[in-house]
Write a protein that binds this ligand. Sequence first.
Ligand code: G3H
Length: 335
Amino acid sequence: MTTTKARTEPVAGDAQPATTETLERNPGMPLDLGWVGRVHINRSAIERRAATLPARRTVKKEWQAAWLLRAITCLDLTTLSGDDTPGNVRRLCAKARQPVRPEILQALGFDSLHVGAVCVYHQFVETAVEALSGSDIPVAAVSTGFPAGLNPFEQKLQEIAASVAAGAREIDIVISRHHVLTGNWQALYDEVRAFREACGEAHLKTILATHELATLRNVGMASLVCMMAGADFIKTSTGKEPVNATLPVGLVMVRAIRDYYEQTGYKVGFKPAGGIRAAKASLDWLALIKEELGNEWLNNNLFRFGASGLLSDIERQLAHFVSGQYAAAYENPMV
Ligand SMILES: O=C[C@H](O)COP(=O)(O)O
């Protein structure tokens, strides 16, 4: 990973991992169609701003290592493959407990560190809960007919209930894209509200699948409706769309989060997911959060990466920082 600008202000504040302070959950609010209708997006301004982000704020050396450690604590370490097995889920959970080799971590001044959550299909929730027992790491289950979200509604509710019963503490639902594409905001609101109720104490992340929503304005409006319906997080993508998390989409979503906070006082989390594989990309996302939402959002209560391959590159960069050499791929195995 190369850094080209001299600016070294610490984005993550310091090298400490994220805190786990308790946060008041967003309870949601009645659907406010007037507010939804006022969402305005200047596409070229959004794209210009997103394009400047990677170059505006560059971190180096120990600050970069601190940011990367912070990124790990905000990681929903994910496996969502058709060929998942209990064995690879258990190995992923072992990696979640110890995401960085101990000698690297010690050289960076840390005793322990773990990821934000492990994210799996419902089928593997129990396996993951068991493999993570004794740790604070929650299991997140993708749900409601992930990734297309076209299962019957009652089945979606049952799926959420089953994952919660199996021990999932976070539920990543997919919204019905057709509600957005037909402008049926009431239907989207009602659906997400019901999902939130089915979650109970489990936290609800609403996946917008932004690439399938046609316009950035739809992304902004859907973000707002999901928050009004009680989402704890809004999440960009399933990882299965042809285009997943992008900075312009992220910008629209985090600005919706900011608006919602300014209007209601409730902080909703953000999860970019899909296609984030390079450590450098994780720094760009952290910079976006810092600049648009501030340091308060830079912890795993309010920010997560959804990624299956990002950790390998982050560990590789940390090893390089410590030793001055890049490790071979087999030295940083994922599962
Ligand atoms: O929610 C997480 C995504 O499905 C992960 O996508 P990825 O495999 O492209 O990192």
